[in-house]
Design a protein around this ligand. Structure first.
Ligand code: BGC
Length: 604
């Protein structure tokens, strides 16, 4: 579990401008046959532009007969316009002609159905929209027949009308504290955290209690990580995550009189594709094993009527889907493993399968990981990630109804609220977005990001009552180094660096951060749109080893966990900021636990 950000803002625009166009390949011309005469479509093409670059979002609506595969064609009006990296379709460009062909999971489009795909591109001069689109070779005209056969009387049936858009308008987040309700068994509540007590994992509690001063925090609910198949039944090895299995935890939760319990579903094929510290046991082609040996047995236990009174929260696959947007080839952070799991659909289909299987259980609540502001807070990543999450939530037979919400900041240290730096501030006429720390991001903290991303997700097609979780286990940033007021107004950099409470060397640092503290204690409905502050990453469990430590869990050595590492493009070639002498990810790291307590905010 390691959060990587991608090059952003200024540096990203430069990198993109230097990149070459995608694989060549001409527009596919399909001869019009009688069967294809029933193809008809409407296209919604929007862009979000910045100097030299843009994100294109294309919604294809099938107004003809159902299709099992499709290709979309259009022509850029300007020769400067280039598709550089696409998602939810296979993109290619030849000259000004662009083709997008369906992925395995979104080829089927029923009559009236739509799908949204997108890309990041480059432009210069101007960025005009294409004026004509084809679907499977037929020009999309919104359902109006182009050449009605001669001498046919006007049709008696009204022409097909455009179905209402599927995307509901953004809604005001639900009130923070609706009265707790007790719905009939099997009915899901809107916010599973509200009005009930959280399960305290006794194995985590024992480790925290064994630390001097640890009893001050050990009664907080933390999540149970199912980070390998063996963790379902329970293991004999307690070096990483403890030895209790899923049933043991559920039984214990009943015994505690808990109202909710949190599990992390974390075992995707080719896990942690852009990093090394949390690579797992399943290879990129192991989707069948993920389904049969991992998700199915978990679902079988969670569905046991014995546990029907518990609200079972599943946090779905930390750091997976955003990697498909930011860390695939053509991008500065691209890795071969992310390319592989994007191309073979392992992440999208794995997440879709998990959501569908687990979401079918009446008392189960799924929250999908949505990275954090220092990863997807740039325009170039924000919308594309929402679309990628939507593609996964509607893959493998799943629908958005299986999604209660999203979680941010689980693998990261981003501050909840920056009291002394607002993204709208400027210094001597310069926006703080231009500072080195913010680097053109649109957000400076997790709360503002989570609320905005929630709106984006609703616009993208998720239900209007989704809620966000913010992991506050390690983002307190208290202690003696915490600023008490804004920085000096000499420049945007002095202002931001002097006033920010997030004291990391660079916002791209993610491993065992020195100076970090425990953040807000777990709490339901703290702010509009936020279902809860949670401790999903159990404080005191390492993010990764600071040197190579052989192990049989598939965990690698990532230099971002080595305090002597001087960094790479993704963290601005800065020191990693990691604590020394760390064990492998998931293992207990006493020095980090002490650091977190020392710098807790609110203080203990
Ligand atoms: C590790 C998991 C562990 C989790 C919680 C991840 O980084 O890869 O094995 O369960 O952190 O500590």
């Amino acid at each position: 579990m390691n959060l990587w950000r991608t090059l952003s803002g200024r540096r990203r625009a430069v990198a993109l401008a230097g990149a070459s166009a995608l694989v060549a390949g001409g527009l596919v011309t399909i001869p019009v046959t009688a069967a294809q005469a029933a193809t008809q479509c409407s296209i919604d093409y929007t862009t979000s532009d910045w100097p030299g670059g843009f994100t294109g979002t294309v919604t294809i609506r099938n107004l003809g007969d159902a299709v099992s595969s499709w290709n979309l064609g259009f022509t850029f009006p300007s020769s400067s316009q280039k598709v550089q990296q696409g998602w939810s379709a296979k993109w290619s460009q030849s000259g000004q002609n662009v083709t997008a062909t369906n992925e395995s999971y979104n080829g089927s489009l029923a009559s009236g159905a739509s799908t949204t795909i997108g890309f990041n591109g480059a432009w210069s001069g101007s960025n005009p929209k294409p004026t004509s689109f084809t679907l499977n070779g037929t020009v999309c005209n919104g359902g109006t027949p182009t050449t009605p056969p001669p001498s046919t009387p006007p049709p008696t049936t009204p022409p097909p009308t455009t179905p209402p858009p599927t995307t509901p308008p953004p809604t005001t987040p639900p009130p923070t504290t609706p009265p707790p309700t007790t719905p009939p068994p099997g009915t899901k509540v809107d916010n599973p955290y509200l009005g009930v007590k959280g399960y305290v994992n006794p194995e985590w509690k024992a480790k925290a209690d064994a630390e001097p001063g640890g009893s001050r925090v050990s009664s907080n609910p933390t999540a149970v990580w199912l980070d390998r198949i063996a963790a379902i039944k329970g293991t004999t090895d307690s070096s990483s995550n403890g030895s209790m299995g899923v049933r043991d935890h559920l039984d214990k939760a009943l015994a505690q009189g808990a109202g909710y319990i949190q599990f992390v579903i974390y075992n995707l094929p080719g896990r942690d594709c852009a990093a090394l510290a949390s690579n797992g046991e399943l290879g990129p082609d192991d989707l069948p094993r993920y389904k049969a040996e991992y998700i199915d047995p978990i679902a079988a236990i969670q569905a046991d009527p014995k546990y029907a009174s518990l609200r079972i929260v599943n946090i779905i696959e930390i750091d997976s889907l955003p990697n498909l947007v930011t860390n695939t080839s053509g991008q500065p952070g691209g890795t071969a493993m992310c390319d592989t799991v994007k191309a073979n659909g392992a992440y999208v289909n794995g997440v879709g399968y998990a959501l569908n299987k687990l979401g079918a259980i009446g008392n189960v609540y799924n929250y999908i990981d949505a990275a954090h502001h220092g990863w997807i807070g740039w325009d170039s990543n924000f919308g594309p990630t929402a679309n990628q999450l939507y593609a996964a939530a509607t893959a493998s037979g799943s629908t958005v109804k299986n999604v209660t919400g999203f979680i941010v900041n689980t693998a990261n240290y981003s501050a909840l609220k920056e009291p002394y730096v607002k993204i709208t501030d400027s210094v001597n006429g310069q926006t703080v977005r231009q500072s080195k720390w913010i680097d053109w991001n649109q957000y400076v903290d997790e709360l503002s990001f989570a609320q905005a991303f929630r709106n984006k997700l609703v616009q993208t097609g998720f239900e209007s009552n989704i809620g966000m979780l913010i992991d506050t286990s390690r983002n307190g940033w208290g202690g003696t180094a915490r600023p008490t007021g804004p920085g000096a107004t000499t420049s945007v950099d002095t202002y931001v660096n002097g006033g920010r409470i997030d004291r990391r060397i660079h916002a791209g640092n993610w491993c065992n951060q020195a100076g970090a503290g425990l953040g807000e204690r777990p709490k339901a409905a703290p702010e509009p749109g936020i279902d809860a502050y949670v401790w999903v990453k159990p404080p005191g469990e390492s993010d990764g080893s600071s040197t190579l430590i052989p192990n049989d869990e598939g965990k690698g050595f990532d230099r971002m966990c080595d305090p002597t590492y001087t960094g790479n493009a993704r963290n601005g070639n800065s020191l990693s900021g990691a604590l020394p002498n760390a064990p492998i990810s998931g293992a207990w790291f006493s020095a980090q636990f002490q650091e977190l307590m020392k710098n807790a905010y609110p203080a203990l």
